[in-house]
Design a binder for this molecule. Sequence first.
Ligand SMILES: Cc1ncc(COP(=O)(O)O)c(C=O)c1O
Length: 373
Amino acid sequence: MPDRIVDPKLLLRSEVADMIPIKVGAKYNAFSEVKSRLNIEPLRMGANENPYGPSPLVVQAIQKKITEVHRYPDNTCYELSKKMAAFHGVEPGRLMFDCGSESIMAKLINYCIKPGDKILSFSPSFPFINIIGQAAGADLISLAHEDDLSFSVEKFCEALANGVRYVYLCMPNNPTGTYFLGPELEKIIAAAHPETLFILDEAYVEFAVNKSDYPDAIKILEAAQQPYISLRTMSKAYALAGMRIGYAITYCEEFTALLKPGPVFNVGLLTLEAAMAALEDTDHLERYINIVSSERTRIEKELKSKNIQFFNSAGNFVCLSLPTLEQAQVIETKMQSVGIFVKSQKGRNNEGVVRITIGRPEDNDKVLDNLTL
Ligand SMILES: Cc1ncc(COP(=O)(O)O)c(C=O)c1O
């Protein structure tokens, strides 16, 4: 053991050194603990994964390429870009791919966000924006929800008036699943500075198709000529969380091109094949989305009958609102004791929320049977 250990904080930028380390990620130790204690497969309903698994076309595509992993992948993602661009009706040059949409978000620290820049978002929302914002030395402004669990457009617009440089709009929002309606978005964009970048996190957008009032946010941003980056992932609806693939659609080819330089081989050879196969199997995708939609309605009805408050979710999860974080944590612990993993977290002020992934109908039955306040 050396007698002089350099304080690691001296090696980091002060913004990063001052950050409080947070626990993130799946609870792999706890999964195996539950498995051996209860002799059951744990129900993993804390990370919004697709419980049905990938399309059989994905499995075939991976198997077909498995002997080629000694070769580097196509770092331009040429074929995938073409297919994805056709799917979205945009030029391929406006797309970029990386190992998860979080990796693209992380690039915003190095390439865009400067110390003192203001970032406006919701509270609670996907915490990664706060992590990268803090690391970049940005000034984070979070808008809390109202008593009726909605987010106020007026307050969002007011907050925008104070020189906001980045708007992080997670739609559907993680963990609440909530969203702004089309006219509300138009109002927000109108209140923003024309150079404000909208970071639109659409990780769960595929699950909103059955919500008739869910807006096409990209279309609205384009009509307003507002700069944006829409972050998408294939981890959720496409069941590729373990393959690590996310992508972004930006408002113009030049912006995408400027963001692209960086590690060149971040999307693996098998991942590329898996993504293209997943994109092709529209039936597999649709079946899952429809189950999520009908189960969401069924779960919400049950929650109402149990007098449990919940947010209006368009995602593949429901989100309960609890008066305190401790109450939310008690639910998480109780669920875990019977082998069900859900996610409690801080809500507004001292309130708590519990986010529960919508699973297969039999999984959801088990959640509802065990859910008490
Ligand atoms: C809102 C939101 N954005 C981004 C991500 C990250 O997705 P990826 O797996 O592509 O990194 C998640 C994952 O849970 C998420 O909930």
